[in-house]
Design a protein around this ligand. Structure first.
Ligand SMILES: Nc1ccn([C@@H]2O[C@H](COP(=O)(O)OP(=O)(O)OP(=O)(O)O)[C@@H](O)[C@H]2O)c(=O)n1
Ligand SMILES: C[C@](O)(CO)[C@H](O)COP(=O)(O)O
Length: 409
């Protein structure tokens, strides 16, 4: 459970505890693969978003989450690192029962105030939490709500309109609903003992127990995920905003091969007639070797020698295409998408220009990306050094890959 050290969890009147109810089955949302609080929206589960809002709030102290007995694993997986910062208790057969059990788990800690929130309202924000906490008095609860905007109709048993109901003074209730801790716990326990189980929110129990409740301004964003379409809408909203810190990685590679007697060189997958060949264990395609290293570098997967040791006879004379395709496969297995690849060949001869198009097409096929995402350039070394003396060919390569998720903080 979170602790209240260093003033965290304290407001002017004392500690603020939180009960998040997450034990429902989500029958109306009808998700086949688990209750709505564990559905993924954006990059995390609904409940992870909700927990984050409370756990990052400076006035929030101990947090209890009421979960269903069948959902322990789901909860721990969905809440991730947050799971260790809250107390998970088993909820009851109704929201009301889950709230009571959550409040009872806070009894020992006895915070001055308590907020009760639906796990399935992931768009609660710090301002709303603040407004609610501030409005809680020693003998008064606080309810965020919005005035009803639509005209209201009562339906008759035969599906016709029976009457138009005035919306004057009507509000749609949201959570978190805030209360002084002891009066709310007492009201819940009394209702339980009297078998009163009809309350759909805590403000209704407070009303029954004569605890005055003040309205604070809710937030239109703080909607409850009730139906499947609400989950889809929440996901769309978050996904369109993501990612804020996209995980774009760049890798580079460098390789050199010396000339030896022969009649062609293979560069970027294309055989080019020449008066010598490049020496090497494989086909010595220096451009593809540099690119293989660049791709592997984007996911920390070692280098070409790690995967294809020159000491291994099975790679003797093979086309270097298989090295690049292997590296691209490792990238894809990690969810990566290759954004572009850029190779510079450094040689006095042969001339690369006439083969550039064929090289680009070959690389596009190896990487499974569009040709315009590939750049192949060549330069001489101005007759300087080993390249300038025509002793061999060097290549440098850069690859950019976008991986799923965000760069961790
Ligand atoms: N026995 C229950 C029932 C509901 N809740 C929680 O109360 C919140 C609001 O309830 P609702 O939207 O009605 O959720 P469900 O009960 O899961 O939905 P449904 O009624 O469609 O089954 C949710 O966070 C839900 O997990 C709970 O903790 N315990
Ligand atoms: C608590 C609540 O979210 C306030 O609007 C609502 O009452 C929950 O009701 P439901 O019947 O469980 O959807």
């Amino acid at each position: 459970m979170t602790d209240a050290s260093e003033n965290k969890g304290l407001d002017a009147q004392g500690e603020v505890g939180v009960v998040i109810v997450a034990a429902g089955r989500g029958a109306r949302a009808g998700q086949a693969d688990g209750p709505k609080q564990y559905q993924r929206i954006g990059d995390r589960a609904v409940i992870a978003h909700t927990l984050e809002q409370f756990l990052s709030h400076p006035k929030v102290g101990p947090v209890v989450v009421a979960i269903h007995a069948d959902d322990r694993e789901l909860f721990e997986r969905a809440a991730g690192a947050h799971a260790g910062r809250v107390l998970a208790v088993i909820g009851g057969p109704s929201r009301q029962a889950s709230v009571r059990l959550g409040l009872q788990a806070l009894r020992e800690r006895a915070p001055a105030k308590v907020l009760v929130h639906d796990a399935v309202r992931p768009f609660v924000d710090a301002g709303l939490i603040d407004r609610t906490i501030e409005a809680i008095g020693e003998h008064q609860g606080a309810l965020p709500s919005l005035p009803v905007a639509d005209t209201l109709k009562r339906e008759s048993a035969d599906g016709m309109i029976e009457e138009t109901v005035s919306r004057a003074g009507l509000h749609a209730a949201q959570t978190p609903q805030g209360f002084p801790f002891w009066p709310l716990l007492a009201a819940h326990e009394k209702a339980h003992h009297l078998g009163k189980t009809e309350f759909t929110d805590d403000a209704a129990i407070a009303e029954w127990a004569h605890i005055p409740v003040k309205i604070v301004t809710g937030s239109p964003d703080n909607f409850k995920l009730t139906w499947a379409r609400d989950i889809a809408m929440a996901d769309q909203r978050l996904s369109s905003a993501l990612p804020r810190f996209p995980d774009i990685r760049t890798g580079n590679g460098y390789d050199v091969h010396a000339f030896e007697p022969g009649d062609h060189v293979t560069l970027c997958g294309v055989a080019i007639p020449h008066d010598r060949k490049l020496s090497g264990h494989s086909d010595a395609d220096v451009g593809l070797h540099a690119l293989t290293d660049a791709l592997l570098a984007t996911c920390g997967a070692g280098d070409i020698g790690t995967h294809f040791p020159p000491s291994d006879p099975q790679w003797k004379g093979v086309a270097s295409k298989i090295f690049v395709e292997h590296a691209a496969k490792l990238v894809r297995e990690r969810g990566g998408r290759i954004a572009n690849a850029d190779i510079t060949l450094i040689c006095e001869a042969p001339r690369v220009g006439p083969h550039r198009e064929a090289m680009t097409a070959a690389l596009a096929a190896m990487l499974g990306i569009a040709p315009e995402r590939i750049s192949i350039k060549a330069t001489t070394n101005e007759k300087l050094g080993f390249v300038g003396r025509g002793e061999g060919i060097a290549a440098i390569a850069t690859a950019s890959v976008i991986y799923p998720g965000e760069v961790p903080a």
